[in-house]
Design a protein around this ligand. Sequence first.
Ligand code: NAD
Length: 265
Amino acid sequence: MDKIRVLVTGACGQMGRYVARAVSEAKDMELAGAVDPAGIDHDIGEIALGHPMGVKVAGHLPAALDQVKPDVMIDFTHPDVVMDNLTVALKASVPCVVGTTGFSDTDIKVVERMCKRHGVPCVVAPNFSLGANLMMRFAAEAAPHYEYAEIIERHHERKADAPSGTALKTAEMMEAARRDPFRLVVTGYEKLGGSRGGEMGGIRIHAVRLPGYVANQEVAFGGVGETLVIEHLTTSRECFVPGVLLAVRRIREFDGLVYGLEKLL
Ligand code: NAD
């Protein structure tokens, strides 16, 4: 069977390096290309695996796609550039697996339209970890049984967006599982603006940013005389890798946009 030829954008970043290594080690995949302005002309093997592998990091995505002709592109870059990368890749008929977060509702609609227009599938998942996806599913299951809920997400200090895509997706799934919005606890006097976090569908969302965290989330439900807490903890970015590889293997089964890893589980 032919190997799946993969190009990774953001290949020199924290996630990109894990993904590049995992792709190069997967028996059914080939790391055919790497794009990242931070590592132009360096061997991606030296950056991601500690030894050269003969694949140089490119800086210009259209030229790299043209040269490599990958079967799938994986993007772990930045909210400011991901839409441009997708526009180029989908137009070139390259299916995309996207881990970059920070998409607005409008961005998602634009990606959906581009997939339709070019007849190319794209998987966008705010969280590729199995545990996080189960946490979201369990939170949606608990949602109709409680009137009050808050989400506290904790990430490393370099995360560009807040709240996390996972927190927003969790809130969206919790809202969809209910007939009425959650009831908001209104604090009469907020001494420090923003102390009660953001709000979506009656759910307060709090974003903590500190060195030392990878990506944690707690969903707390309040009931009469009880609290239910569903918590997902990560210790390493490796937790996202199996979900990314699963999406690469399965992307061709789908038409258009798939939003969320749960559709692949
Ligand atoms: P990072 O800053 O370490 O890496 C981003 C890399 O993208 C950098 O090396 C940067 O040079 C590169 N880059 C910037 N512009 C580029 C462009 N136009 N083309 C190609 N590469 C470009 O960030 P990170 O921690 O690796 O996270 C990357 C993204 O993935 C973030 O949006 C983060 O929130 C998200 N993320 C998602 C998941 C998930 O499961 N979906 C998990 C972890 C992180």
